[in-house]
Design a protein around this ligand. Structure first.
Ligand SMILES: [Zn+2]
Length: 607
């Protein structure tokens, strides 16, 4: 008997009333009435605030104009089990649980809220970049939050200690990359096609709303399964085609100096410094098509650096291993390579892709083989089923090899300078506005410089430049004389001669650095005197004072030290302390000059 539709609620609302734009009021005997819910939301407007009138206004509009998929103000103390996941550049990512869930309906019988998503795991994105326009972002959410194929946004919150806003999103433990790594061998073409059709459908919705995803890759295609139908796309960087959510402040002549993403999925025009467009999303979709048929991420075996960016701009694309080719229909490979066209206008549209994949999907279900597309698919299926043992062996080896990623590959989104930005920077240096353009030999004096870094870590417990990206910009800073900083409060724990020696090791002019002889003699001498308790010179006197200072450090200073220490153990996401191949500033400048002068195969690489 329950759930039957009632004509009137106790408050006098009728089921003939209009509750939302085109929907009649829904009333049932369980205590639901859309108009009561709406009125209750309005009554509660005065009980909360985000601290920003414009944000409040958007949330309020959501609550009174949308039947489901509303967007809420979620108090920070509603989150449980908050876990730090990553620093995404513009934001910190966390996961958490919704302790109380989210308000769904006002129940007129119980005179209380009914909640949903109680105990549900969510993703928290804490916006730390002050240029991020949250109101603009909410406008975007409003246009897409009630569509399938796209991850849901639940609301907004604020971190009381940082005062940063937090966007609360749907979260899944599973993404396409992990799914493929686990299920690839058992995955049928039917599943592959359904997954791709779902992703393309999500993209088509975004493009239909004037939005560009800007960061499509296997890591933010969420919750896939064998039926493929419920794949959803996560929207970390999504923005309006003509209306930037993140107002770029470093562009000149419409060129960006810096972009955000993972190099293998970024289209060549964007690597050069141009705008990310709908056609750019299609290029990224090509990377997903590649992973679905090879189980490998694009360019997994290469360093994701400036050289790869230049290769991509010169037309290099991920390779499908030869022995896999007869497992993949020709039309599929052609479509994938069209997505990767250097000329954005040659790439397929979402319409073309969606129509093709849903058509194939339907025919696979019904067993229809009435054209070349379906015939090629049938043959590919049979070839894969009849693959010889040795070939499968070869594949397994490749597969297990590919899971060993290149140490300089990077599949999370990070800040990258475009070729345009890099060239500008190096031009500036060359024109004398900056004094560096290096690429000299590593000498004995070079070892002494490195020894300075070890001296630094021994007295601060921090690695040099732990809190910075280890990129070309840092290289330029170092050449300009920037050195790791000793925290002020630590200075009286360290003898002055020690600091002087460390900074001499770090001299920009190699001839000013101490020799190993000088260092060895000094340290053994001090060591001996420390054992014997001799304090007969300035070196030993300063050491004694430093020792005493450290012993008498106040609790609050020690507290500050510990905080710094635990903070520094969270390394900058783009720091890198293993040894890797790095191009010198000299090498990078030569390379970019060559491109600019037209000696490169693509003289327009930078434009
Ligand atoms: Zn009512």
């Amino acid at each position: 008997m329950s759930r039957e539709i009632e004509k009137y609620c106790p408050a006098g609302h009728s089921s003939e009333d209009i509750a939302y734009s085109n929907c009649k009021n829904f009333i049932n005997s369980d205590g639901n009435c859309s108009l009561c819910t709406k009125e209750r939301f309005i009554q509660e407007f005065k009980t909360w605030s985000s601290g920003n009138v414009n944000i409040d206004k958007v949330i309020q509009e959501f609550q009174i104009n949308y039947i489901c998929d509303k967007f809420h103000w979620i108090p920070y103390n509603d989150f449980q089990n908050i876990n730090y996941i990553a620093d995404g550049g513009h934001e910190f990512m966390y996961s958490a649980k919704l302790k109380n869930g989210i308000k769904l309906h006002w129940n007129f019988i119980r005179q209380n809220w009914g909640y949903h998503l109680i105990g549900r795991k969510v993703a928290l994105k804490e916006i730390k970049d002050s240029r991020y326009d949250i109101v603009e972002f909410l406008k975007m959410v409003k246009t897409i939050n009630d569509f399938g194929f796209i991850a849901k946004f639940y609301g907004i919150s604020k971190n009381p200690s940082t005062q940063n806003y937090i966007i609360v999103m749907e979260s899944f433990d599973y993404n396409l990359h992990y799914f493929l790594a686990k299920k690839f061998w058992n995955l049928r073409w039917k599943s592959k096609i359904n997954i791709l059709a779902s992703i393309a459908s999500g993209l088509r919705i975004l493009h239909g709303k004037d939005l560009v995803h800007c960061d499509l890759n296997s890591g933010n295609i969420l919750n896939p399964n064998e039926s493929g139908a419920i794949s959803v796309i996560g929207l970390d960087l999504c923005k309006f085609e003509n209306d930037l959510i993140l107002n770029s402040n470093n562009s000149n002549n419409n060129k960006s100096n810096k972009i955000y993403g993972s190099i293998p999925y970024i289209p060549p025009e964007v690597l050069r410094g141009n705008k990310f467009t709908w056609e750019g999303d299609i290029y990224s979709f090509g990377g997903v098509m590649y992973e679905i048929v090879t189980a490998q991420r694009p360019f997994a075996d290469q360093a994701h650096d400036t050289y790869l960016m230049i290769d991509i701009c010169n037309g290099v694309r991920p390779k499908v291993p030869d022995f896999m080719l007869n497992w993949i229909p020709e039309w599929y490979l052609n479509l994938m390579y069209r997505c990767w066209s250097d000329d954005p206008s040659e790439r397929p549209t979402t319409d073309e892709i969606v129509n093709l994949f849903w058509d194939v999907s339907e025919k696979l279900v019904l067993g229809i083989v009435n054209n070349d597309v379906m015939r090629q698919l049938k043959i590919a299926n049979e070839n894969q089923r009849h693959t010889s043992k040795s070939q499968k062996q070869e594949f397994f080896e490749l597969f297990s090899y590919s899971s060993k990623l290149h140490p300089q590959s990077c599949y999370f989104s990070r800040s990258i300078h475009t070729l345009h930005g890099l060239h500008d920077l190096l031009e500036e240096i060359k024109s004398g506005q900056s004094s560096v353009l290096r690429g000299n030999k590593f000498t004995w004096e070079g070892d002494i410089y490195s020894f300075g870094g070890v001296m630094y870590e021994i007295v601060t417990a921090q690695r040099p430049f732990a809190d910075q990206a280890h990129d070309t910009y840092l290289m330029i800073d170092i050449c300009n004389g920037v050195r790791p900083k000793v925290p002020d409060f630590m200075l009286n724990w360290i003898p002055e001669w020690y600091l002087n020696l460390m900074y001499r090791c770090w001299s920009d002019d190699p001839s000013e650095r101490p020799t190993t002889d000088e260092i060895v003699n000094l340290f053994w001498d001090v060591s001996e005197k420390l054992v014997l308790g001799i304090v007969n010179n300035d070196v030993m006197r300063q050491l004694k004072i430093a020792n005493e200072n450290q012993r008498h450090t106040s609790k609050s200073q020690k507290q500050e030290f510990f905080e710094l220490f635990s903070y520094s153990s969270k390394l900058h996401p783009q720091s890198c302390y293993f040894s890797r191949s790095i191009h010198t500033l000299h090498g990078l400048h030569d390379l970019l000059e060559e491109i600019k002068s037209g000696q490169s195969s693509d003289p327009n690489l930078l434009y």
